[in-house]
Design a protein around this ligand. Structure first.
Ligand code: NDP
Length: 497
């Protein structure tokens, strides 16, 4: 332990990035800090590694990725404990996070060949003399930039898709969780010692920026919307494609036929797991009038049992404490009421569970990502009003609906990439479902088939298998043949539907 460290604030000393426990200030570990040259060298090494990784084929990659999956399972306690030391996340939350990461790794490894491998496509009549073939080829080197709040499952969502598709990865973990990031790269190297197929490079934001410009073929970014825009701008210089997984302000809707206690339980967990530092965390609830009072009562009862330091870990990033305090104060100043916590809830490095009601829609607590264990509950007339208010946000990441008869219809109308019905956050745990948002929450998808395709280029190949009966694509065609083409065109597509 180095006594001079400010809890949670990473520092660079003698070329080492040192991260600290946000609760105690104890050193969590240190990793070498990279500069622009080191990032470029890592990307170059990754280029060679990518060629080898591609050469071992689907089966070679599948086996190795599944061995890595098993290693994560074997060391789940060690990794959860390390995550607690570095980010403050309670060990139980860490275990749940690793469980989701394992699911994604397993799914990507097991399904990459089926989703991306070569296949014939159906012949179309106009070009019947050619067969069509489709496959998805890896980009080469993918840069993965990750956040601190879920330092395992978030990068692994991108890393597993990228590796399974046949790419090598250079991973820039958040400066708040570099040791966990290095642990991931090191554990992968135990399984794949031949080439640096997964490398970690460390430092502050400039290292992420350098990675965008270091010749990578794609960037998968997870983090805030503001940084996502910087990443896009840097990538635009070389037309490097990006996937952006950014923040959210997810809403939960409680309809009149909902199981109110189940909804309350889910809202509290969705809002307060990981001390509310969850991109898909529930930050707003819209409950219809007939169930509103019962719902608020149940939420307060359940959230009131949570204790900081046990279920509610510390806020990982010290400056986030000011954001949370400002949001709560703004909500209260504008007429909101705290039915739990509230003014004084922020006791660095912790924030006590806070439930706010009557908060105006234009307050920061309703519009901006709070990223703390706070929840607003708003009474609405009906589900239509709930949907309208939920959708009135620049973000559109996930969401949740509790109800019976109309729940799925409501879920479809939410402007977001994912919705859990009668649950919260559940979509992040299914390896075969895509994950990503709309609007300021980003674009592109990780996880599932779409997530695998995000890390590969579709490649179309046609192969001639006979002479052309209607030679359209040649200067050798005759006027009579062109007339035949017109006839064929009318026959095939000329009829009104
Ligand atoms: P940041 O945007 O601050 O940082 C994300 C990553 O980008 C970090 O590794 C950071 O490095 C790096 N970075 C910083 N500046 C640059 C730059 N100019 N160019 C390239 N990379 C850069 O986000 P946080 O780490 O604070 O993460 C929290 C945010 O992430 C929240 O908004 C949350 O909602 C979102 N998030 C989204 C998820 C999703 O899947 N949609 C999942 C999890 C989180 P450094 O840390 O060194 O500054």
């Amino acid at each position: 332990m180095t006594a001079t460290h400010v809890p949670g604030l990473p520092v660079i000393e003698d070329g080492q990035l040192i991260s600290t426990n946000p609760a105690t200030g104890a050193e969590a570990g240190r990793v070498p800090a990279a500069d622009e040259k080191a990032v470029a060298a890592a990307v170059e090494r990754a280029g060679t590694a990518a060629a080898w990784w591609q050469s071992i084929g689907w089966e070679g990659r599948r086996t190795r990725l599944l061995r890595w999956r098993t290693l994560l399972v074997e060391r789940v306690q060690e990794l959860a404990e390390l995550t607690r030391r570095e980010s403050g996340k309670p060990v139980d939350d860490g275990i749940v996070e690793i469980t989701a990461a394992v699911e994604h790794l397993d799914w990507a490894a097991s399904n990459a060949k089926r989703v991306l491998g070569p296949r014939r496509v159906r012949t179309r009549l106009l070009l019947a003399e050619h067969s069509g073939h489709l496959e998805y080829q890896p980009f080469g080197v993918v840069g993965v930039i990750g956040p601190w709040n879920y330092p395992i499952v978030t990068p692994i969502g991108s890393i597993s898709g990228a590796l399974a598709a046949g790419n090598a990865v250079v991973f820039k973990p958040s400066e708040y969780t570099p040791v966990v990031g290095q642990w991931l790269a090191d554990s992968f190297a135990e399984i794949v010692p031949e080439h640096p197929v997964l490398q970690a490079v460390h430092g502050l934001g400039d290292v992420g920026a350098a990675l965008c410009r270091a010749g990578v073929d794609k960037v998968a970014f997870t983090g805030s919307t503001a940084t996502g825009k910087k990443v896009m701008a840097a990538c635009a210089e070389n037309l490097v494609p990006v996937v952006i997984e950014a923040g959210g302000k997810d809403a939960l809707i409680v309809d009149e036929d909902a199981d109110v206690r189940a909804a309350a339980e889910a809202a509290v967990w969705g809002a307060m797991t990981n001390a509310g530092q969850t991109c898909i965390g529930i930050e707003r609830v819209y409950a219809v009038a007939p169930v509103y009072d019962r719902f608020v009562e149940a939420v307060v009862e359940k959230a009131g049992k949570l204790r900081t330091g046990t279920e509610i870990g510390p806020i990982t990033m010290p400056r986030q404490l000011d954001v949370i305090r400002d949001h709560i104060d703004d909500a209260l100043a504008r007429g909101g009421r705290a039915v739990l916590g509230g003014a004084g809830a922020v006791q660095a490095p912790y924030v006590a569970p806070t439930v706010l009601v009557d908060v105006p829609e234009d307050s920061s607590e309703m519009r901006e990502e709070t990223f703390g264990p706070t929840l607003t509950v708003t009474r609405v007339r009906d589900a239509d009003e709930a949907v309208r208010r939920a959708n009135d946000s620049r973000y559109g990441l996930g969401g949740s609906v509790f109800g019976r008869k109309n729940a799925i219809r409501i879920a479809r109308r939410l402007r977001s990439g994912m919705v859990a019905v009668n649950g919260t956050l559940t979509f992040v745990g299914m390896g075969n479902l895509p994950f990503g948002g709309v609007g300021d929450s980003g674009f592109g998808r990780i996880h599932g088939e779409d997530g695998l395709r995000e890390f590969a280029r579709p490649k179309a190949i046609t192969v001639r298998r006979a002479r052309s009966l209607l030679p359209a694509m040649t200067f050798e065609r005759t006027p009579a043949q062109v007339q035949q083409i017109v006839k064929a065109l009318r026959l095939l597509y000329g009829r009104k539907p």
